[in-house]
Ligand binder design. Structure first.
Ligand SMILES: C[S@@+](CC[C@H](N)C(=O)[O-])C[C@H]1O[C@@H](n2cnc3c(N)ncnc32)[C@H](O)[C@@H]1O
Length: 342
């Protein structure tokens, strides 16, 4: 079935784009080039899949993957909605059926997890409950992150759907969590002093700022849009900033991150930018090639929107980040291609 549909040329690719539209897409010629870099299911052996995009369905790929190598599993599955992913479509079903499908997906790949691994699963409000029911059967569930997905039209007879969830679970009680790596930097609106001393904030060259620890409510995420090079035509692409928080909190450099539903490649791109190893699986060849193109772009462009100076910034704070960058430029010791710095 894959073979019949694999070279389908989407209408989207032939769209006419505005001059300053920086959306990343792959041409037919690029698909021919990038597909040479993909790992096909029949060619998987031993450890030849690290830092690769594997073209195939997770059902086929999982059987060929060894046990016990994954530090972080990031799952962004088709949600329980009608959705067209080019050569594969997902049809919404009852909660019970969706739970069974998700359980099968998870059990296919469970053996790849190290005992110290963390697992994050993205979902919307409809898929959240069935996914939780599966995760609690096999893992220790620690939290549910809710993030503001500020995009889309409102509904006339319902509340606008403006949030998504991410379940956070681990295989055992022994897991990594680098809270210091995911702090937020916020401009202080009402700077409070106690006995004349700043309370939890600092006066800096560009204003008064507070560094805070992140909660499970994320309101600082920007959905990629057409003027951002991380934007692609993939309909359910995740923002790099969102994946970066998870990668930094739950892995160290050189750890292995596995994404069984890679889509446009966001997880592998972020892993590469942050010096982690990655393995991605995707059953649409065009998306695989898009992922490879973005992974190549990450060789030159290591910045992650909203992550600068080793901290995460609020939405719409680009001018402040630029001022910080200017400050950094005068400090010749800084490496400008390091996302921890910028
Ligand atoms: C929600 S999207 C992932 C988006 C991705 N996180 C990104 O940032 O672009 C789910 C992806 O899973 C792929 N997919 C669906 N079923 C699959 C399967 N059984 N095996 C591998 N990939 C699959 C779809 O083609 C789609 O690109």
């Amino acid at each position: 079935m894959l073979k019949e549909k694999e070279n389908k040329i989407t209408k989207i690719k032939n769209k006419i784009r505005a001059k300053n539209n920086r959306t990343t897409f792959v041409s037919n010629e690029e698909i021919l080039e990038f597909e040479k870099r993909l790992l096909f299911v029949k060619d998987i052996k031993e450890n030849n899949f690290f830092n690769k995009t594997i073209f195939g369905s997770i059902e086929d790929v999982a059987k060929k993957l060894p046990e016990n190598f994954v530090d972080l599993l990031f799952i962004d599955p088709p949600y329980n909605l009608d959705k067209d992913f080019g050569n594969n479509k997902f049809k919404s079903k009852s909660d019970e059926e969706y739970e069974k499908i998700f359980e099968k997906w998870f059990l296919n790949i469970k053996h790849t997890l190290k005992d110290t691994a963390s697992v994050y699963v993205c979902c919307d409000w409809q898929s959240s409950q069935p996914i939780y029911s599966v995760l609690r059967r096999y893992l220790k569930v620690h939290n549910r992150i809710t993030w503001e997905r500020e995009k889309g039209r409102g509904a006339l007879s319902n509340w606008k759907n403006c949030s998504e969830d991410i379940w956070f679970a681990t295989v055992s009680k022994n897991y990594k969590f680098n809270i210091e790596a995911v702090k937020l930097k916020k401009k202080v609106i009402a700077p409070y002093k106690e006995n004349g001393i700043a309370k939890d904030w600092k006066e800096e060259e560009n204003g008064k700022f507070r560094l805070t620890y992140p909660s499970n409510l994320w309101t600082d995420i920007t959905i990629p849009f057409w003027s951002m090079p991380e934007n692609t035509d993939h309909s359910t692409q995740k923002p790099e900033k969102l994946v970066a928080k998870i990668v930094l909190a739950s892995t160290d450099e050189n750890d292995i991150i596995f994404d069984p539903f890679l889509g446009s490649g966001t997880t592998s791109v972020v892993a590469k930018k942050l010096n982690r190893k990655y393995v991605g699986v995707e059953m649409n060849k065009e998306y695989c090639c898009l992922a490879e193109k973005r992974i190549e772009m990450a060789d030159k462009e290591k910045t992650i929107q909203g992550y600068f100076g080793g901290v995460f910034w609020d939405r719409n704070s680009l001018s402040l980040q630029k001022k910080e960058q200017e400050k950094g430029r005068s400090n010749k010791k800084k490496n400008f291609n390091d996302p921890k710095l910028f």
